[in-house]
Design a protein around this ligand. Structure first.
Ligand SMILES: *Cc1c(COP(=O)(O)O)cnc(C)c1O
Length: 300
């Protein structure tokens, strides 16, 4: 794993010393900012083995938009009062981590090496304030598909439950960044949904309980009459890199893509629904359940 630290008095991570060390536990003060006040951010990106059929004839690895991941962390760090690595530092750190773990990159077509960047307020702070020291860590693990696919298909379509009680984010909060504090509060909704057989839950806006926002860690798209729509950002939805890539690809192929409010009726009457995210890639949604009724999106 890659570890880099900066302390009070440093200019953020500028000139910070970094090292690659064996994957291991880290030592933290019980009084650290991250443990007491949740000052932390996660990231996530995948690395693939370059296809052997690649026209360039090159072998090696393909990183999916690492610069965008670096920027996503910078935006989050600014919201959480933390210094962040520069784009160059971040990308270089990802590359070093991949090379150090190269034997764990799955064979082509068999999954990916998942890279997890973590930025935490590691210094001790008792009064509620930004921590005096920050640690940037990247660790990696090989992964297969996020949702299990059937033998015939690359991706299995998933069943989603619209969550009516809990909300993931609220206006003015941190829903628009990958703050670690966004995830534990919705574990309950996710665990309950999974126990009822749903792959994930969909969150509604916390004011009107009428506009669909996203799933636990993926963005949402609907297709109706050939046009594609995705909920627009208002600080309560994570601006996913897979989302922006999907919008770009769809527009390049001539589809109309709208970023707008998507109400629950739009969702339930859509021709197609899919989720996007680093973990889930692009996953088709077969059914959406809302107020006890199951709506079918994909022909079974
Ligand atoms: C990470 C994440 C996404 C997807 O973002 P990508 O950059 O595409 O991986 C969507 N929603 C939430 C809440 C997330 O944490």
């Amino acid at each position: 794993m890659y570890v880099m630290q900066c302390r009070q008095g440093d200019v953020g991570f500028v000139g910070a010393r970094a090292e690659l060390v064996p994957y291991r536990n880290i030592e933290l003060s019980p009084c650290s900012g991250v443990l007491n006040y949740g000052q932390g951010l996660i990231g996530g990106l995948k690395v693939y083995r370059r296809p052997s059929s690649d026209a360039s004839g090159r072998t090696g690895y393909v990183l999916f938009r690492p610069e965008e991941n670096a920027r996503q962390m910078q935006v989050g760090a600014s919201r959480m009062c933390m210094p962040a690595p520069s784009v160059e530092q971040f990308v270089n750190a990802v590359k070093q981590t991949v090379l150090a773990n190269s034997r764990w990159v799955p064979p082509q077509g068999k999954g990916a090496l998942y890279i997890r960047p973590l930025l935490i307020g590691s210094g001790p702070i008792l009064g509620m304030a930004p921590a005096p020291e920050y640690t940037f860590i990247i660790y990696a693990t090989p992964i297969g598909a996020y949702f299990k696919a059937s033998a015939q298909e690359d991706f299995s379509a998933i069943n989603l439950l619209v969550e009516e009680e809990f909300h993931r984010a609220f206006l003015g909060g941190t829903g628009g960044v990958k703050a670690i504090t966004n995830y534990a509060p919705v574990l309950k909704a996710q665990v309950d949904g999974k126990s009822k057989g749903f792959a994930d839950v969909l969150y509604l806006d916390s004011v009107h309980k009428r506009y669909v926002e996203e799933a636990s860690s993926s963005n949402l798209f609907i297709v109706k009459g050939g046009a594609i729509a995705t909920p627009k950002m208002a600080g309560t939805i994570l601006p996913g890199i897979t989302r922006s890539s999907t919008i770009q690809l769809a527009r390049d192929q001539g589809y109309k893509v709208e970023k707008r409010l998507v109400c629950i009726d739009d969702l339930l009457t859509a021709d197609e629904v899919f989720c996007t995210g680093t973990a889930v890639c692009i996953t088709p949604v077969s059914t959406v359940s809302y107020k006890g009724t199951r709506f079918f999106q994909l022909a079974q």
